[in-house]
Design a protein around this ligand. Sequence first.
Ligand SMILES: Cc1cc2nc3c(=O)[nH]c(=O)nc-3n(C[C@H](O)[C@H](O)[C@H](O)COP(=O)(O)O)c2cc1C
Length: 358
Amino acid sequence: MWSDRRILDLLAIEHPIIQAPMAAASNAELVGAVSEAGGLGSYGAAGDRPDRLRSVVQAIRQRTGRSFNVNLFSAHTEAFDRDARPGPRLAERLEAYHRELDVGPVPEPGPLFGPAEEQFRVLVEEGVPVISLHFGADAAMVARAHQAGAKVLCSATTVAEAKALEDMGIDAVIAQGAEAGGHRGTFTVDYRRALIGTMALVPQVVDAVSVPVIAAGGIMDARGVVAALALGASAVQMGTAFLGCPEAPIAAVWRDSLEAAGAEATTVTEALSGKPARGIRNRYVDEVEALDEPLLPYPAQYSVSRVLRKAATERGDSRFLAMWAGQGVGLIRRRPAADLVNELVAESQKLLDRLAGA
Ligand SMILES: Cc1cc2nc3c(=O)[nH]c(=O)nc-3n(C[C@H](O)[C@H](O)[C@H](O)COP(=O)(O)O)c2cc1C
């Protein structure tokens, strides 16, 4: 039923539907279910130690013999400034939150992600069929992945980033619009200059590169899928929609907040992690943004709220969580991942027929 087969052949999948890799919000169960349904299941491995990553890859293989994707944050992202300390206002705020929740002392900043080089080695050794990258790529890594037989994808948030990725030999570009949930993949400019909506970004990227383009950001149902294909995308990558699936390993309080949220509930903020990312606005975001003081660099900013976030998760308290979500969140629905993929396929077919006047 799909007229553009480029991504299907490239990634060895049946439908042009990619479940977005989501660090801390994807697992072998979700990935296996999506891949078994004919889409591309993706695992967000950014936070994993190499041994854990290897066991997740093996668990995915036990659930599906089909193609799947594992995503890493690019190597430069793991740089962690050991001397970074919160400014006086942030330190005071964090201490006040810790007193309020009675969770002991504020932790020192610590590294959270990677090390990307070791993670990457696991993916190569395990023969992962598709590797996707966020926050840019480098040509040497792309070449090593190709030597290992993997296809490589990477997010771009501007036309220039998409061209740079094509020059590095990437197999397909993910055009990540400003609506997208999670971290902005921007790697060349200040993120404020790269908040381009999916509707505007996708066709401009399609015109600028010859590799297939995957549309991401705000796509929640078949209407979004068909719109993205009409813009020239060869496939879609959907994150927020898959957070509604019971397989997604997110806390109940996060899922409840997603279901209660409307289109205006999210914001792009650096307050949570130190890097711009779209999530549901809450007390922590509002108050940390209002401090009017430089934040810690990424990922130190993220790390200083780790005790707070863990306690808030356990208590079902949404005020202090990082609840990544895109602007399409008002369309989220609870249903198993395979049902979501099947429905996207069936509804897209109906919509394409209707638009064709069939
Ligand atoms: C909870 C969550 C976590 C995410 N984590 C990652 C990640 O680890 N790596 C990545 O490349 N993209 C990540 N993203 C961004 C997605 O790849 C994609 O750009 C986004 O989900 C598309 O927008 P949508 O959420 O509106 O569908 C994440 C998105 C969400 C919602």
